[in-house]
Design a protein around this ligand. Structure first.
Ligand SMILES: Cc1cc2nc3c(=O)[nH]c(=O)nc-3n(C[C@H](O)[C@H](O)[C@H](O)COP(=O)(O)OP(=O)(O)OC[C@H]3O[C@@H](n4cnc5c(N)ncnc54)[C@H](O)[C@@H]3O)c2cc1C
Length: 502
């Protein structure tokens, strides 16, 4: 069943899956197709595609906790999740040119001054070093090639037929003919059959995943709404916490109301609010420049609210976002401050509002959670007072997550199609890789089950003897066996049957 494994996407998830398979002597064929390039040819600006996908050109921070980086424990339980994540980290070390330099940063305990008001999520992170990712990619790729894994590069899969187990992609064919002035090239469509498919297209393949989900009417998991604001203030107010954790994560949960809040993606030192445009509306995010000539001593982070139990969360979020726009521009509110500038010195595009009426109305009662969050931050960071501003909205449109069998990550209706990584429910390198490993374990288990049936000594003995004649003389041997079943050598039963019929 699992003999020919086709992996769509040479990202972190797909590559870890392939590695686990070859490490464990998988006896089938493995083909990986990616629209990007191999690690030798991949250019620095090709951030999302190519060997190791977005993870290959990332910040190289491997988060090491089940509460971060997307869903893993819900499929595997805590213990197994940690084991699978360990394997991913081991792989990064194994192909690292200087494995000793891979260090784990150890979080300290939650500081006392935070405790009365917020939880502070602190988790270990393994630092691979961005500068080493390219070398890791090359070493890792060479290993897989040496183990017989086939790669098809710069090829975008356009369609997958789950019913007929085929993957479809265009390819350029060439004919070098001496009679023609130039090489003759044309596009044709390739079809690749699979026994098992691993679908790991990451964020860059999000639309492709959606397209397949719609076509095959794949059942999906219900998703919470993720919406809030981007908060900005001078860094000095938060320095005490930044000293403990650069990318601090304050959180709180209101279990009974189905609401939780967290600070998201903190930027410091040279921190700028960035405008995002989705579906024609503005929303906000933030980024930090590495070059210290851009230092502005500001801090920004999202205050993101997760709301469960809202019917059609996507439509709900989109309607909310469109209500907090003026002339297709997002809003800015502050008791004292003006909107900031971008790193290029331009004003961050936002319409300043003097009160929060329109925002409160759009958030339909949920804004009070953000208001409380800010008020409590004022207590924890006493110098903050009214020296802050918010850009409205910040939103995460979560793509519908296909419903999979939790033991195999395979689609409910197609048990040989496994979704992994960001294409499923991951949001980071470690979890994506771990999901790849989890699926590989399942494929290896299937291989073992198939093998163990054939290797069973009783089955072997039966197969060897099944067509041999019995231990009696040839004359007495009125029966003989075919495929282990007795047959009527002289056809006397057939003669008898014909007589009865007459
Ligand atoms: C700039 C940046 C920095 C990041 N930094 C970190 C970090 O420090 N730590 C962390 O944990 N996470 C980080 N992430 C997130 C992390 O990289 C991803 O969560 C992870 O790579 C997801 O792995 P994946 O295998 O699911 O997908 P990806 O690694 O994104 O790989 C998907 C692959 O599929 C291919 N593909 C897509 N569609 C098709 C198609 N139709 N046909 C053929 N191929 C296709 C793409 O070319 C790509 O190579 C970062 C992401 C970005 C963009």
């Amino acid at each position: 069943m699992s003999k020919k494994v086709v992996i769509v996407g040479a990202g972190v998830a797909g590559v870890n899956a392939a590695t686990k398979l070859v490490d464990n002597n998988f006896n089938g064929e493995i083909i990986i197709i990616d629209m990007g390039k191999n690690p030798y040819d991949r250019l620095p600006e090709e951030v999302m595609t190519g060997f190791l996908g977005a993870g290959g050109w990332s910040d190289g921070k491997l988060t090491y906790h089940t509460a971060i980086g997307g869903h893993l424990t819900k499929y595997t339980g805590d213990e197994k999740a940690m084991e699978l994540m360990d394997q991913v980290i081991e792989n990064f070390k194994r192909f690292h040119p200087k494995p000793d330099e891979v260090q784990c940063s150890n979080p300290v305990a939650e500081p006392e001054f935070i405790k009365p008001y917020f939880g502070l999520r602190l988790f270990p992170v393994w630092h691979v070093g961005t500068d080493y990712l390219h070398e890791i990619g090359k070493n890792w790729y060479d290993y897989l090639v040496s183990k017989g894994v086939k790669f098809i590069w710069e090829t975008k899969v356009e369609d997958i037929d789950f019913e007929n187990q085929t993957v479809h992609y265009p390819q350029i064919a060439e004919m070098d003919s001496a009679e023609l002035p130039g090489d003759l090239k044309w596009m044709h469509h390739e079809t690749l059959e699979y026994d098992t498919l691993i679908f790991g297209v990451g964020k860059s393949g999000i639309d492709f995943g959606k397209q397949l989900a719609e076509r095959y009417k794949l059942p999906t998991e219900s998703k919470p709404v993720q919406i809030g604001v981007r908060f900005e203030a001078p860094q000095k107010h938060f320095q005490k916490l930044i000293d403990v954790s650069y990318d601090f994560k304050l959180y709180r949960k209101f279990e009974d109301e189905g609401v939780s809040l967290r600070s998201f993606c903190t930027n410091n030192n040279a921190a700028y609010v960035a405008v995002e445009e989705t579906y024609g509306d503005h929303s906000y995010n933030g980024h930090a420049k590495k070059d210290m000539s851009y230092r502005n001593d500001m801090t920004n982070f999202g205050i993101l609210m997760e709301v469960r139990g809202i019917d059609n969360p996507f439509t709900w979020s989109r309607e909310l976002v469109s209500k907090v726009q003026k002339d297709s521009t997002g809003l800015f509110y502050s008791p004292t401050r003006k909107p900031s500038t971008t790193s290029e010195g331009d004003n961050v595009s936002a319409i300043k509002i003097d009160d929060l009426e329109i925002v409160k109305e759009a958030f339909q009662g949920y804004y009070k959670y953000i208001e409380d969050f800010i008020n409590d931050m004022k207590k924890v960071f006493p110098t903050l007072k009214d020296d802050w501003g918010i850009y409205i909205p910040e939103v995460k449109y979560l793509s519908p997550e296909p419903l999979v069998d939790y033991d195999t990550l395979a689609l409910i209706d197609y048990n040989n199609v496994h979704f992994v990584g960001d294409a499923l429910s991951a949001r980071g390198i470690t979890v994506s890789g771990a999901q790849g490993n989890y699926v590989a374990e399942w494929i290896l288990q299937c291989m073992e089950d198939e093998l163990s049936w054939e290797d069973d000594p009783d089955v072997q003995a039966f197969l060897e003897n099944e067509d041999k004649p019995g231990p009696w003389s040839e004359e007495d041997d009125k029966i003989y066996t075919v495929g282990g079943l007795t047959n009527d050598k002289e056809r006397s039963f057939t003669k008898f049957q014909n007589k009865i019929n007459k």
